[in-house]
Design a binder for this molecule. Sequence first.
Ligand SMILES: [Fe+2]
Ligand SMILES: [Fe+2]
Length: 254
Amino acid sequence: MHQVDIEQKIEKTHYAKKLSDSGQLSFQACDAVLAVSHTKFPDKPPLLSPRDMPRRRINSPTGKIAFFHALAHIEFVAIYLAWDMLYRFRGLPEQFYQDWLRVADEEALHFTLIRKHLLAMGADYGDLPAHSGLWDHAEETAEDVLARLAIVPRCMEARGLDITPQMIEKFNSQGDIDSVKLLTRILEDEVGHVKIGSYWFKKLCQQKQLNHEQKYIELIKKFYVGKPKGPFNRELRIIAGFTNAEIDWLEESA
Ligand SMILES: [Fe+2]
Ligand SMILES: [Fe+2]
């Protein structure tokens, strides 16, 4: 049952992107927005709080499976997060919705690629427990598109830009070329997602005549629990639309 559910989500996401690309999809809202709490996840994987998650090291086969399982879950939740951006925040320019649909479509592809990788290792998504915390960010930032943009693409996804190059290096040193290729592909797309997040964050700040750098700091302080975690990949973050002042602040606060 849960497999069908997952596959339908992937298929519908790709289908919506195709419709949109051929000008056959209207982003006009026809219903009132439901609360984030209405969102349903598949029965598997079971979701655990981060402290109950087993630790993983990628230098054993089971550690590698655990790593890619965790990543599959991040991508799966990322599909939901992109769709929620489209669904929840109304009255924005058409391009906003097209951009987040592109993100949803790429996240769906990432999920499929990682799932294939897991299957090749004799495992599947749903075999292990997964982190329950990712969706909390959607809940916490449901009322404010700027908070959502600051926390989801410009904090969570941006963290991927810091961590993924290190993981690519580790897999490379193990001679695991399939994992290297997969992560390299995903990293490229993720730079684009953060860039879309930065673009809309700045644009919507400008419309409200807010200083986007100050607003970013204010929102991270308000919605991010704990100190920002470094080290930060300045080079990729700059490509993804961060300013040096923002990265300086992150480094000082870490
Ligand atoms: Fe992704
Ligand atoms: Fe992403």
